[in-house]
Write a protein that binds this ligand. Structure first.
Ligand code: ATP
Ligand code: MG
Length: 603
């Protein structure tokens, strides 16, 4: 259903619906488009008039020797130069404006869509694919749509005006000039397409090479330990020699293109000189007119090359356009229904006045669930969690623990059955209503670029500095934060790479607490902190969970001994449930898990 291939090259037929959609993004920029079209047309007028001005100089001043016209000629010339300078400045200015505004519009649309799309979209769609749509495709599209518009308008206008003016001036010479055009157009098109294809192949190789570099760098340690250097080198060598092959091909086409165009242009010029020269000597036309035609032949090639180039680029950009449209028009498979939106509002405009308070009772009612790709993870799963109850989920890796909490969060929806919050199917209330009451610390914590303080404050934007610090103290993050030179104002780089995983977990833990959620979800939230810190957090968790429904997933069972109820899961089934003491006493699965763990990790 998606176009995940990075770069494809085919002779695609025009996909009108895609372009219509893309052009609809340009609607708010109508003003710029009109300005750019007018400016490009004026530039074509200027280009066509230039030889005519010179003709006046040649015929009137040089040939007839009327020197009194020199001041007028200079005045016209100066005016012309100023006119062209202003024109060039303004069309570059407006085309750039058009380009950047368009890129902004497309990126904004795509970004908004990315916020709406549920987790399941990201399961199917590689992050690299999305990044490429947001960056290179958007750039390519806005570039071709703005500069392509300039080039096509200018090229088209130029050709029309040249042909009209030439016919008015001299029919015979015009026909001679036009005679070589079909060949010229064909050659331009032929080479342009091949050159673009070669460049495209180069880019494809390039992105593979970048990928290989990336793996080579990030995987350096693993490579060394596995002694994979030699095979990595061979793969890389194959990639680079492929790149060289395509680059040479591109260079050959590019270097053949201009000489062949010039060759045809020279033939045309020679023909004009020949026939025009005869006419001049017979005094049928003036030498000024011959000059005009010789100039026009030269001028004719530019717009043809330009048009061939733009049209080929448009054809290439269609792939980008299709991918961008497929992202912007992707329909989220988890959405609020129209009735729900009418009552509870959207993320942008929540109708909080209609929101019921969320108490935090969670029920799985015969829930069956499978991810888009894969087997059933849960079948006919039933669970009732009382308001304020703390539930611990334990079990082997892949047992379905994260899946269960993802369903609670409505990051995914049951394939069959229902999830009820406070006794009501959560699909009957808005996603935003639920998410506003959730605190979630992920298995792999995400920090945003910004300071530590800002990162914690994302939990509740209106929280004061002291509330932020209290939350940090509660989870035991305060102590390490103040050891940084800038304390809470320490910048965490993108992804939080300056912090250890454990530190990131503590910060996102503080963030979740600050939100004062009704339902708290900790998915391996403390798996990467040391045992000492964990003990501290444990007591914090105890206080925090007071009165809140909570789901805790932990491999380290010491974290969860105090949970109201422990569920032992396997293959999406609840094997056992009860308190820590009850389950130990029972002496089955939980007992085994627990005693095994304490043999390995003595406390
Ligand atoms: N996004 C996904 N797409 C497809 N299958 C998935 C996805 N996430 C999990 N699964 C599958 O669902 C099953 C349950 O996974 P889940 O992540 O819920 O396990 P878990 O108990 O949280 O494991 P762990 O302790 O390793 O975190 C596994 O078989 C897994 O392969
Ligand atoms: Mg998990």
């Amino acid at each position: 259903m998606q176009h995940f291939e990075e770069e494809t090259y085919q002779d695609m037929s025009l996909n009108t619906s895609t372009w219509k959609r893309i052009f609809s993004f340009m609607r708010p920029l109508k003003r710029y488009i009109v300005i750019v079209i007018i400016l490009a047309t004026l530039l074509a007028v200027a280009d066509v008039s230039y030889p005519l001005i010179n003709r006046y100089g040649i015929d009137t001043i040089i040939k007839d020797g009327d020197l009194s016209k020199i001041p007028l000629f200079i005045a016209i010339y100066v005016f012309y130069m100023i006119f062209v300078a202003v024109l060039v400045f303004s069309f570059i200015y407006f085309a750039e404006k058009l380009q950047h505004n368009l890129a902004y519009i497309i990126r904004k649309k795509a970004f908004t869509k990315l916020q709406e799309l549920p987790f399941s979209y990201y399961d199917r769609t590689p992050a690299g694919w999305i990044m490429a749509r947001m960056t290179s495709d958007t750039r390519q599209l806005s570039d071709i749509l703005s500069w392509g518009l300039v080039d096509i308008t200018w090229g088209g206008m130029m050709m029309i005006m040249l042909i009209v003016v030439m016919f008015v001036l001299n029919v015979q010479l015009t026909l001679i000039t036009l005679a070589v055009m079909p060949l010229l157009i064909y050659l331009s098109w032929f080479f342009r397409k091949r050159i673009l294809k070669a460049y495209r192949d180069i880019r494809k190789q390039n992105s593979k090479i970048t990928g290989a570099f990336n793996e080579g760098i990030t995987g350096a340690k693993t490579t060394k330990t596995l002694v994979l250097e030699e095979s990595n080198y061979n793969d890389f060598d194959a990639l680079t020699s492929n790149m060289r092959k395509h680059s040479i091909k591109a260079a050959v086409f590019a270097s053949l293109y201009f000489p062949s165009i010039l060759f045809i242009a020279s033939i045309a010029t020679a023909l004009i000189f020949y026939y025009g020269g005869i006419d001049v000597s017979n005094e049928v036309i003036t030498i000024g007119l011959l000059y005009v035609f010789v100039s026009y032949v030269g001028q004719f090639f530019d717009p043809i090359m330009q048009l061939a180039n733009s049209l080929a680029q448009f054809q290439q950009a269609q792939a980008s356009a299709e991918r961008v449209v497929s992202l912007i028009d992707a329909t989220p498979d988890i959405t609020d229904t129209a009735e729900v939106i009418a009552k509870y509002g959207t993320i942008e405009n929540p109708k909080t006045e209609n929101w019921e308070p969320l108490h935090g009772a969670v029920t799985f009612d015969n829930v069956t669930f499978k991810y888009k790709k894969g087997e059933k993870v849960l079948s006919d799963f039933n669970l009732h969690v009382k308001q304020g109850e703390s539930i611990a989920l334990v079990g082997h890796t892949g047992a379905g623990k994260s899946t269960i909490v993802n369903l609670v969060c409505r990051f995914y929806e049951p394939s069959e059955g229902r999830v009820l919050i406070d006794g009501k199917d959560y699909k009957e209330r808005s996603m935003h209503w639920l998410h506003a009451h959730l605190g979630y610390v992920l298995q792999s914590p995400e920090l945003f670029s910004g300071t530590i303080r800002e990162n914690i404050r994302y939990g509740r934007l209106e929280a004061t500095d002291s509330e932020v610090e209290d939350a940090a103290k509660l989870v035991g993050a305060h102590d390490f934060i103040i050891t940084f030179k800038d304390g809470y104002d320490t910048e965490v780089s993108e992804g939080g790479s300056r912090l250890s995983v454990g530190q990131k977990q503590l910060i996102s833990f503080a963030r979740a607490l600050l939100a004062k959620p009704r339902i708290l979800i900790l998915d391996e939230a403390t798996s990467s902190v040391d045992t000492e810190t964990e003990l501290k957090i444990q007591s914090a968790i105890q206080t925090v969970m007071e009165g809140r429904t909570s789901f805790i997933i932990a491999h380290r069972l010491s974290t969860i001994i105090n949970a109201d109820r422990i569920l032992v899961l396997e293959h999406g089934q609840i094997l056992e449930s009860g308190t820590h003491e009850e389950l130990l006493e029972k002496g089955e699965h939980y007992y085994k898990l627990y005693t095994n763990q304490f043999k390995e990790v003595p406390l």
